[in-house]
Structures are given as structure tokens and as C-alpha cells.
Design a protein around this ligand. Structure first.
Ligand code: HGY
Ligand code: MN
Ligand code: MN
Length: 423
């Protein structure tokens, strides 16, 4: 198909990203962003986005947990649509491009096709997934897990945050109602799904390339640990008599790091990013420690092997130190493979724009990991400065964003079919 000539309005995209970044509960000024699902700033951000979607003439609907769907109806309105999109929730002290580029960049891709006079045959639907980050409920991608059938509605409804609010209560308090099960999408709802995202790694920038056509997404797993010791008075309990939960956890974390470093796979990564010490008093021996492990690999089997090894090690450390350890696997998802036809459409688009590109894997997970279960999936990466992400200094240049948006627009045009202007 001859691809339409497009003009991406990257100035407006940058303005909209900066406006969106203001909806933040972070105690640091933008570009630092904290936007946790179902909080006030999350709802304000959603209202802002829906206003932009409607201004672009898209029909907007929200499902029972707040996944938002903005549809550009195609000439064949009944055919299954082409999906694109990402998330706009942000972990504490995050940057302003993670996820938001896929939503606002997806909107600008649609607007640039509209301005170019393109008329899609299949509808193009821009999705904002209700929550991709695990910040509040411990599991990531809750919106895409639900709609793809990867998580049962009851399991999702029962997830709890640290304050004991269930997902069901939190979504209702945020104004989302209806049967959660009604949000599950049929296979075939989308004929393809393509997500634009910053790479969240250094590969493209180091190679001097602009577009990454993702071929596979890493397999994420999250494990919650609880270690219980004896506690006691910091002065009255002599060292040989202690069963210190935090000292045991310190040894466990060192063992986790060692298991990851010794793994045969360079893609295996392990992170302990969240910990809670009880009672958390200067002069009281830690009695209980809760911490989380984020463990991933492109090779799901290797990840599972390393996870088994880690659990062995934490159990033997606990036994030797006479503390109790409990581990709960919150999620252990398989990796996802991109669809060859979608990767080809991305390749075609990048080549037609003479953009240096490569095929690559994604070490971060994304909603596309789950959309791959119900539609042929693909992702488009652009570089982020220094490969930095999940930090306030995360940054993508307007030039790279414009290239990513135009590549996405041409990819969507190929997948949706239809005709460029004046034909
Ligand atoms: O953790 C991830 O890979 C994603 O950025 N939430
Ligand atoms: Mn993220
Ligand atoms: Mn993301």
C-alpha cells in the first residue's frame, strides 16, 4: 500500500505530555511524576485525556475497571479494529514519558493520519490501560490482564493495597462500576495491537538507532517474602541469642543478587525494591520484614530455574538463623512473542521514513505482554536518554518522539487498510 505523507505535530505532543505530568502526587516538581491508579491525580489525568480524545473526534468508553477506549471509526465499522495504546499511571518519583508516550503519541499518530486525509478501513482504537504499574496492588498490568483473560475477575477484585482496600473497592470509589467480568475482550476484538514506548534501556541510543521493532517481551515474576524472627530489646538481647529478621533478610538479598549474577542468561535480572521493617524502631530488634522480589528473563524457563534456586537459598538461610520465611509468588508470567506481520509493518514504516532501526527484545514488561494473548502484537521503541527510566530525569527528544509517532501512524495505516487522501 502507498503510505500517506504525514505531518506530526510534536510541539503539541510535548505540550500535552507536560500538561499530563502536572497531574502528580509527587513531592518533587515535574518532570518527576507519581500517579498511582484510582487516586485523585489519576482521575484528573483521565479526565484530561478523555477531553483530548473527544476533541479528536474519537468515541470514548471506559470499562468496569477504568480501561479507556477511544475509537476512530473506520469505513468498515463492523470489522475488528486495530488497537494501540499504553498506560499513564506512574510509579513514585517516575519520569513523564513511560507509558504516556504510547497514549498521547498514539493520539497524535491518529491526528496526523486525520490531518493527512487518511481514511482507515478498520477502526483504530486507542487504549489507556487502567494500571500497568504494580505500585498499589502489587501486580502490574491489571487492566490488560483482565481484558485478555490472564487474570480472573474475582482474583483481580480481591487484590488489596497496603491499606487493605480491595481493587474492587478502589475502582468503585474512583467511579468505575459494573461487573468486572464485563471488561474481558473477545479474541478477535483486535486484528492487531501495537504499542509505542520508550525503550527503558540503552541499546538504541548506544547503537545510534531511532526505532526498535520489538520481537519479544521479557517474562516478569513478582514474589512477596515475609521473614519473622524473635525481636526484642536492642540492648538486652546479646548477639548469640538473637533471631534478627532483618539480618536474615540482608543475607537473603545478597544470595538473590548472587543467584542472578551466576545465571547463565545475561537477560536474567533480580530486584528487591520494596521493604517494610517491623516494628521499625531504632532500639528494637526487627521482628518481621516484608520485601518484594522482581525477577525477569526473556527465557521463562531460566527465570523459573533461578526462582527455585532463590527459594532454596532463602529457606536454608532462614533455617540456619532460626527465623521463619514465607514466600508468595504474586505473578510468574510467560514471555510474549511479537507477531511477524506486525513486526513487518513496523519495519516497513521505519524503512519508508529512512529511520535507522533494529529488531530487539523488551526487558521491561508492558500491557502488550498480555494483549499478545488476544491479538497479534507488536511494539515500537524509541531511545530514552542514557537508557534511563523510572526516574525523574527520564527523557525522550522531540525528534525521536516524532519519529516514533510517525512510524506508529504508518504501521497503523498498513494494519487498518484504507486509503490515503484524494484517491
Ligand atoms: O516494570 C516494568 O517493566 C514496567 O515499566 N512497569
Ligand atoms: Mn514503568
Ligand atoms: Mn511502561
Amino acid at each position: 500500500m502507498d503510505l500517506p505523507a504525514l505531518e506530526v505535530d510534536v510541539e503539541t505532543l510535548v505540550d500535552e505530555l507536560q500538561e499530563l505530568a502536572k497531574f502528580s502526587a509527587c513531592d518533587e516538581p515535574p518532570p518527576a511524576v507519581t500517579r498511582v491508579v484510582f487516586t485523585d491525580v489519576d482521575r484528573q489525568a483521565r479526565d484530561y485525556l478523555k477531553q483530548l480524545h473527544r476533541a479528536a473526534g474519537l468515541t470514548v468508553r471506559e470499562d468496569a475497571v477504568g480501561n479507556t477506549f477511544a475509537r476512530w471509526v473506520g469505513s468498515d465499522a463492523n470489522a475488528s479494529a486495530v488497537g494501540t495504546g499504553s498506560h499513564t499511571d506512574a510509579i513514585p518519583h517516575a519520569g513523564m514519558y513511560d507509558g504516556t508516550l504510547g497514549v498521547l503519541g498514539g493520539l497524535e499518530a491518529i491526528r496526523s493520519l486525520q490531518r493527512g486525509g487518511f481514511r482507515p478501513q478498520r477502526s483504530i482504537e486507542l487504549v489507556m490501560f487502567t494500571s500497568e504499574e504494580p505500585t498499589r496492588f502489587g501486580v502490574g498490568c491489571t487492566g490488560s490482564r483482565l481484558i485478555s483473560g490472564a487474570m480472573a475477575p474475582d482474583t483481580l477484585a480481591a487484590l488489596e493495597d497496603d491499606a487493605g482496600n480491595s481493587y474492587d473497592q478502589a475502582r468503585a470509589a474512583a467511579g468505575f462500576e459494573g461487573e468486572i467480568a464485563s471488561a474481558v475482550l473477545e479474541h478477535g476484538h483486535y486484528t492487531a495491537f501495537v504499542e509505542l514506548h520508550i525503550e527503558q534501556g540503552p541499546v538504541l541510543e548506544q547503537a545510534g538507532e531511532v526505532i526498535g521493532a520489538v520481537t519479544a517481551i521479557a517474562a516478569p515474576s513478582t514474589v512477596a517474602f515475609e521473614v519473622t524472627g524473635q525481636g526484642g530489646h536492642a540492648g538486652g538481647v546479646l548477639m548469640p541469642d538473637r533471631r534478627d529478621a532483618l539480618c536474615a533478610v540482608a543475607e537473603m538479598i545478597a544470595a538473590i543478587e548472587e543467584c542472578a549474577l551466576q545465571s547463565a542468561s545475561p537477560d536474567l535480572v533480580a530486584t528487591v525494591g520494596k521493604m517494610e521493617v517491623h516494628p521499625g524502631a531504632v532500639n528494637s530488634i526487627p521482628r518481621r520484614v516484608r520485601f518484594t522480589l522482581d525477577l525477569r528473563d526473556i527465557d521463562g524457563a531460566n527465570r523459573d530455574r533461578v526462582l527455585a534456586e532463590i527459594l532454596d537459598q532463602t529457606n536454608s538461610i532462614a533455617a540456619r538463623r532460626k527465623v521463619e520465611v514465607e514466600s508468595t509468588v504474586l505473578n510468574a508470567d510467560p514471555p510474549a512473542t511479537a507477531d511477524a506481520r506486525v513486526v513487518q509493518a513496523v519495519r516497513q514504516a521505519a524503512m519508508s521514513l529512512n529511520l535507522p532501526f533494529r529488531e530487539m527484545v523488551s526487558r521491561a514488561y508492558h500491557d502488550s505482554l498480555f494483549m499478545a494473548r488476544i491479538a497479534p502484537m507488536g511494539m515500537i521503541f524509541i531511545p530514552c536518554r542514557g537508557g534511563v527510566s523510572h526516574r525523574p530525569d527520564e527523557y525522550a527528544s522531540p525528534e525521536h518522539m516524532a519519529a516514533g509517532v510517525e512510524t506508529l501512524a504508518l504501521t497503523l495505516a498498513q494494519l487498518a487498510g484504507g486509503r490515503p487522501a484524494c484517491t
